[in-house]
Design a protein around this ligand. Structure first.
Ligand code: BEZ
Length: 183
């Protein structure tokens, strides 16, 4: 769903990747939340954070997946920081992501409307699906200005465990990367 949030209003932002463990945005509240009908996948290329233009890493995006649920964290962004946060995220996530608006289920039972940054199939940095072993090997060897791709995966997996969230895709990749030595 396209996003029409005004830059001077407070809003909820859904984090399902590095935002969970590194929000790096001013917020006045945070609540564990779930987005229904989507799954998290390491299908987006990272040429600017966890990889390089000639050797991209892989970071998460969301794919439509009926019946599935993606666990993450919702952050309440205050009105006075709204424009700055949207600018920051538009810049930080410029590598193929766009803003959308989706309903979330907060852990408290509350329904929230939130901004979600999603990289859609076919964007210029899209890598798409590949066998888990290939995705894991790419993550194991990639690094970029924000650090290693391995660290991104490990911190995401830990954050999901802290949320008591199951994510077989992430945990499978973590297990493969753990036994993969960098050559
Ligand atoms: C996140 O960390 O939730 C996030 C993922 C992709 C783009 C923007 C934010």
């Amino acid at each position: 769903m396209a996003c029409a949030t005004a830059a001077n209003e407070s809003f909820w932002l859904f984090g399902y990747g590095s935002l969970i463990w590194n929000p790096s945005v001013p917020h006045i509240d945070r609540v564990p939340a779930r987005l229904h009908g989507f799954s998290r996948r390491f299908w987006q290329g990272s040429h600017d954070h966890r990889g390089l233009p000639h050797a991209p890493g892989r970071v998460v995006t969301l794919i439509k997946d009926a019946g599935k649920v993606c666990a993450g964290m919702a952050f309440r962004i205050p009105a006075e920081a709204a424009a700055e946060v949207l600018d920051h995220l538009d810049h930080r996530e410029k590598n193929g992501y766009s803003r959308q608006s989706h309903g979330l289920h907060a852990a408290s039972g509350l329904r929230l409307n939130a901004i979600v940054y999603i990289a859609e199939p076919g964007n210029f940095a899209w890598l798409g699906p590949a066998p888990a072993i290939e995705v894991a090997q790419q993550i194991a060897i990639s690094t970029g200005p924000s650090g290693s791709n391995r660290e991104y995966l490990e911190r995401l997996a830990k954050a999901l465990r802290d949320l008591d969230a199951d994510d077989p895709h992430v945990f499978e990749l973590e297990a493969i990367v753990k036994r993969t030595a960098i050559s």
